[in-house]
Design a protein around this ligand. Sequence first.
Ligand SMILES: Nc1ncnc2c1ncn2[C@@H]1O[C@H](COP(=O)(O)OP(=O)(O)O)[C@@H](O)[C@H]1O
Ligand SMILES: [Mg+2]
Length: 212
Amino acid sequence: MRHIMVLNAKGGCGKSTLATNIASYFATEGASVALADYDPQRSSLDWLKRRPADRAEIVGVAAFEDGFRRVPRSADIVVVDAPARSHGKELAELVKHAETLIVPVLPSTIDMQATTTFIEELKSVGKIQRKQAKIGTVANRVRDNTLIWGDLDEYLTKVRVPYIAALREAQNYVRAYTRGLGIFELPEYLAWPDWEEWEPLTAWLRSKRSQP
Ligand SMILES: Nc1ncnc2c1ncn2[C@@H]1O[C@H](COP(=O)(O)OP(=O)(O)O)[C@@H](O)[C@H]1O
Ligand SMILES: [Mg+2]
């Protein structure tokens, strides 16, 4: 059983958006997927409620209530949506549950600043130091040709954590969430630019590079 956690102490950076899309990606690829929501805001579980019954099944787990106890033993992949504001002991505890960590970052000075602190904190967690979990960053809600996007791109290249993908700001994410789908489940004519942007992320997730 493999655990992929999406986390950043900063709220609103796209944790739930990434978690739901990763879950939908592996489910549509035929894997048995559980989506564990650690965030009492329940965005991932609310998305699952919207999911049409005829789509690839994803089992929801209210991890903020009782942890991983209800994750089916048969799950191949557990995608974990982490809560904002995780620090210190709580963060170390959270990270125990995953071998792959994805940190989404917005093109905003406040977010980059907060993420610098967060990544330093993450790197000080024993499990990360022992290389028992791999971290990757993802730029999210990118708008081409903005100065701040140039700054984020440069920042993520320098931060000394693998920089995996950049995802544009797109209504497709809002549209997909509303329908309980991932962008991989939207029609190709609408979603192909997003599919292309996800390619490096899904390739990383499938590869050994994202696993200890
Ligand atoms: N790439 C994107 N394009 C457009 N909207 C996005 C994108 N990523 C996230 N959003 C929107 O930004 C808001 C915050 O994203 P969310 O995934 O809920 O963040 P978090 O879980 O980190 O708090 C949501 O309204 C979501 O629909
Ligand atoms: Mg969320």
